[in-house]
Design a protein around this ligand. Structure first.
Ligand SMILES: [Zn+2]
Length: 272
């Protein structure tokens, strides 16, 4: 994060030097704090997830505008008085409010779901430009009215891979043989795929992965991000991959289970 200037505060006995930071950021979630303030959690380009206080944002004439809305993209300037205290936003400059996405019901639900998912699964102050670009890609797809369900799934699978849980999709986890048309996923341990041999070794929670699903996964996880939207997705394939990624997220990010957001429940209702 670029430390752009130092703010000196002269008090009676000593001088505090406060570091200032400036970075591009997406708003994730926002909660009330004190009488008229908010704690807004941002996903910043330079430092990953960063929770910050915005003072006076709940007053009607606040100059911070839509910065508290999920996935508003802005340049923020903030200072931290001490490393262990929450930083305070001093200035924001909104680049894209993305309000056109939030205007539709499904757009609002998707943004709320992705924002709460990132808030739950990411550590604060851990930079990840891969996730930043993934967010940009999702917003472009949603803003240009592309296939929403597919856009969300690509986001979820790529996120899981970036977080270090990329599934092995080319060979059977048990015997190492190349995966063919008869491929299965065990939803109790949904991190790997199995070939035909798993039928003898495991007995429950097994889900068939079609060759179409395998090709989609391969494209989603291996192709450059901008090429991932091109792959067509059949209705049955969507259902399988939705089920698999849902189990994948719950398996690897158990917090999601205990902190299920209303948005996530609504996403499940819309895309069962
Ligand atoms: Zn096998």
């Amino acid at each position: 994060m670029s430390k752009i200037q130092l703010k000196c505060e002269l008090s009676y006995h000593n001088i505090h030097i406060m570091p200032y930071y400036k970075t591009k950021a997406f708003t994730l979630v926002s909660n009330r704090y004190m009488e008229s303030d908010r704690i807004v959690t941002f996903f910043t380009y330079d430092s990953g997830k960063v929770p910050l206080i915005i003072k006076g944002v709940r007053r009607t004439k606040s100059h911070f505008g839509s910065v508290a809305e999920p996935f508003t993209q802005s340049t923020i300037m903030f200072y931290k008085s001490t490393p262990d205290k929450l930083g305070v936003v001093e200035q924001t400059e909104i680049a894209y409010s993305n309000s056109n996405i939030r205007e539709t019901y499904i757009g609002m639900i998707v943004l709320g779901y992705i924002a709460s998912l990132l808030d739950v699964c990411l550590e604060s102050y851990s930079q990840d430009t891969g996730i930043y670009h993934l967010i940009e890609h999702l917003l472009f797809a949603l803003g240009s009215k592309q296939d929403i369900e597919k856009s969300v799934m690509i986001f979820e699978w790529r996120l899981i891979a970036i977080l270090g849980y990329r599934p092995e999709i080319n060979k059977c986890h048990l015997c190492g043989s190349p995966l063919t048309e008869n491929t299965y996923i065990d939803l109790k341990y949904p991190t790997v795929l199995y070939g035909q041999c798993c039928y003898q070794k495991t007995n429950s929670g097994i889900y068939t992965i079609s060759s179409g699903s395998q090709k989609f996964l391969n494209n989603t996880l291996c192709a450059p991000l901008k090429e991932t939207m091109r792959y067509r997705l059949m209705p049955s394939t969507r259902k399988t991959l939705r089920t698999a990624i849902r189990y994948m997220i719950l398996y690897h990010i158990p917090y999601v289970q205990s902190k299920r957001s209303a948005y996530e429940k609504e996403i499940q209702r819309i895309y069962p």
